[in-house]
Ligand binder design. Structure first.
Ligand SMILES: Nc1ncnc2c1ncn2[C@@H]1O[C@H](COP(=O)(O)OP(=O)(O)OP(=O)(O)O)[C@@H](O)[C@H]1O
Ligand SMILES: [Mg+2]
Length: 241
């Protein structure tokens, strides 16, 4: 049976993924600081909002006002998406503070958080969800077993609802891994790796689809450009590979 595809809003990425992300997937967007994780995730969300889908962006590392202001630099974003709640923005740090959650998450805090995500996804009938970053949540769960459990629960919620989700993962530059705790990538359906290569004094942005369950895809590394038009991909020149 053919899978339903969710267009990412980035033509190059959709081509790499043979038409888009299989609907209901949980995709890890991994990369070091400044590699474009937030931009890619926001462009994916805006593509949904533009097509009349309800979406939700849960930000942990950046305050919502900063995220909105930065997003306004891109043509794919419109403030009206947020005003009309086509993009429902959640500041998880603000929510945690309001709930009196300090420091690491207890089992109760973890359940509260999962409950909030479940409620938003189901009640708003969210079709696209972003959690930026999962690393920030993992750091408050500390143990690998709890991290695995949390991502499993998240995967269950989204697979039940058919919501397609991107979670961002912060890695150290040049590190040959996709996450800080080494469990996130095994639970996710897909991994998109963002990196940089130094070439003649320039830093070249790179993107590679490492895995995407349920579809064929290119495993080549592509050159990535970020401009006001968003993310564009081009085949890696032999010189740069
Ligand atoms: N309007 C723009 N035009 C071109 N490049 C831009 C524009 N806005 C941002 N960038 C580039 O994108 C980079 C930041 O991308 P982004 O915030 O998506 O990265 P990130 O991987 O989420 O970073 P972090 O790990 O710090 O959260 C900037 O460092 C800048 O080089
Ligand atoms: Mg970011």
């Amino acid at each position: 049976m053919a899978v339903d595809r969710i267009k990412t809003g980035m033509d190059g990425l959709d081509r790499i993924l043979c038409g888009g992300i299989p609907q209901g997937s949980l995709v890890l967007v991994a990369g070091s600081a400044g590699t474009g994780k937030t931009t890619l995730a926001m462009q994916f969300i805006c593509e949904g909002a533009r097509n009349g889908e309800r979406t939700c962006y849960i930000s942990i590392t950046e305050p919502i006002e900063v995220l909105k202001k930065n997003s306004e630099n891109f043509r794919f974003f419109s403030p009206s998406f947020v005003i009309t709640n086509m993009i429902y923005m959640i500041d998880l740090r603000g929510i945690s503070a309001n709930l009196g959650i300090k420091g690491n998450y207890t089992a109760d805090d973890e359940n509260t958080l999962i409950g909030i995500i479940e409620k938003v996804v189901n009640e708003l009938k969210v079709k696209r969800l972003v959690i930026d970053s999962i690393t920030a949540i993992c750091s408050k769960l500390e143990e690998k077993g709890r991290i695995r459990d949390f991502i499993f629960k998240l995967g269950y919620i989204i697979s039940e609802s058919g919501c397609t989700t991107m979670i961002t993962s912060e890695t150290a530059p040049g590190e040959n891994r996709y996450s800080q705790y080494g469990v996130e990538e095994f639970i996710c359906d897909g991994i998109i790796l963002l990196s940089e290569k130094e070439r003649k004094g320039d830093l070249i942005r790179c993107l590679r689809a490492v895995k995407m369950r349920g579809t064929n895809h290119s495993r080549s590394t592509y050159m990535m450009d970020i401009s006001e038009n968003g993310i564009a991909l081009a085949p890696m020149l032999k010189d740069y590979a």
